[in-house]
Design a protein around this ligand. Structure first.
Ligand code: CA2
Length: 148
């Protein structure tokens, strides 16, 4: 079965412990389980990874090149700062959906700019944990359109 990578960046391991008004009440393991179920319904296996370290996230994107058909990426705060993550996405050439739990455009000015958006297939933000499912649906639809 083809496979998707759901990759989460810094501090997202803390989901469900603080700031539920911004990020929702679900924990990361709960979100990952939802992703696995939705991807399975669409015919994909799912690998879920999280790291607080930029280089580890770059390595995960590189590893995905030979192992996964596409990536759902919540790069957390690295979204707004990491040229390394952007270059990694460009270099592997996989479709990447940029995902954020919160609406980054309705928050502080520094969150409005994404270095990932120009190299992503698209961006989903503001729908809480449900956004991960929307991202999986969008990625699966894109991949099946690519096939035909
Ligand atoms: O809305 C998102 O998904 C973000 O990627 C979350 C990042 C933030 O830096 C981005 O601007 C938008 C922060 C994740 C912090 O996660 C926490 C989880 C629980 C408690 C505190 C923070």
């Amino acid at each position: 079965m083809p496979s998707l990578l759901v990759l989460n960046g810094p501090n997202l391991n803390l989901l469900g412990t603080r700031q539920p008004e911004i990020y929702g009440a679900s924990t990361l393991p709960e979100i990952e389980a939802m992703c696995r179920d939705r991807a399975a319904e669409r015919g994909y296996e799912t690998e879920c990874r999280q790291s607080n370290h930029e280089g580890t996230l770059v390595d995960a994107i590189h590893d995905a090149r030979t192992r996964h058909a596409g990536i759902v990426l919540n790069a957390g705060a690295y979204t707004h700062s990491s040229i390394a993550l952007r270059d990694a996405i460009s270099s592997v050439g996989l479709p990447v959906i940029e995902l954020h739990l919160s609406n980054i455009h309705a928050r502080e000015e520094f969150r409005h700019r994404s270095l990932i958006a120009p190299v992503a297939l698209g961006q989903i933000c503001g729908f809480g944990p449900q956004g991960y499912l929307l991202a999986i649906d969008a990625l699966a639809a894109h991949l099946s359109a690519e096939e035909s």
